[in-house]
Design a protein around this ligand. Structure first.
Ligand code: ADP
Ligand code: ADP
Length: 232
């Protein structure tokens, strides 16, 4: 579903070079809930952001369903990105827009008709349990509710991949549990492949079937959760 082949990413700022990714090789299969864990600065964010071209690799390639997105036309990239939803640590909602409009945004941008957008938005809001908040603004919601809005927005284009960038790191343990439960349902009921990056061991243990451990721009271990953490 997602393949990293010898992916390297070098950031240059003020003459300093940071090698955020060093020759990454990794395969994420369809149906996986795949977790990448590591300390701050390990390169996790950079890694996940190469999947939907928020970052471009300096070398190597990232394939999504066998395609290297950097080789597609602008139109094809836009279509490919609709197939990849993303949620963020700080939710990245638009404060001046209602829940309804935040969720509808990806569809409105690609010119769907109003009626079908409305039906789709309410269907997804029902799924994440926020139907009655459609008219509220982000500041009127709890952290968990904001992340549910983020999830609804990510699902509105019917993606087959969901990228989660520290999606529960700003939430308390109880709320984290409920969001993880929702991610599990998304994986099962919508058959969406999920890639999670986190520094939280509990998240990984709770829902991932396979994991990779990152350190200093490299993958130092991959496997099933049980096997990786069973090692002394
Ligand atoms: P993590 O998500 O594991 O905390 P990141 O991928 O954010 O790690 O960062 C990996 C390394 O790359 C860090 O040293 C970070 O400072 C650096 N880095 C990330 N993004 C940039 C950028 N846009 N410009 C320069 N350095 C960056
Ligand atoms: P988060 O962990 O919430 O995703 P970060 O603080 O890691 O946010 O990064 C926020 C943004 O800053 C990202 O776009 C990242 O690429 C960029 N960034 C991270 N580290 C650096 C750095 N050392 N220099 C420049 N930009 C950076």
């Amino acid at each position: 579903m997602i393949e990293f082949h010898q992916v390297t990413k070098i950031f240059e700022s003020n003459g300093n070079k940071v090698e955020a990714l060093k020759n990454i090789n990794l395969t994420i299969d369809k149906g996986d809930i795949f977790g990448v864990i590591g300390f701050s600065g390990a390169g996790k964010s950079t890694l996940i952001r190469t999947v939907n071209l928020l970052e471009y690799p300096s070398a190597g390639e990232v394939l999504v369903k066998g395609k290297n997105l950097t080789e597609l036309s602008k139109y094809e990239i836009r279509e490919a990105k609709k197939d990849i939803g993303m949620i963020f640590q700080h939710f990245n909602l638009i404060k001046s827009k209602t829940v309804f409009h935040n969720v509808a945004m990806p569809l409105l941008l690609s010119g769907y008709n109003k009626k079908s957008v409305e039906e789709k938005v309410f269907e997804i809001l029902r799924f994440v349990g926020l139907e009655e908040k459609a008219k509220n603004y982000p500041d009127q919601l709890s952290g968990g509710q904001k992340q549910r809005v983020g999830i609804a927005r990510a699902l509105i284009t019917n993606p087959s991949i969901l990228l989660c960038d520290e999606a529960t790191s700003a939430l308390d343990p109880e709320t984290t549990k409920s969001i993880l439960k929702l991610l599990k349902r998304i994986n099962k009921e919508y058959n969406i492949t999920i890639l999670i990056i986190t520094h939280e061991m509990e998240v990984i243990k709770e829902i991932c079937n396979r994991i990779a451990v990152m350190e200093d721009g490299q993958i130092i271990e991959t496997g099933k959760v049980f096997d990786v953490f069973a090692n002394p």
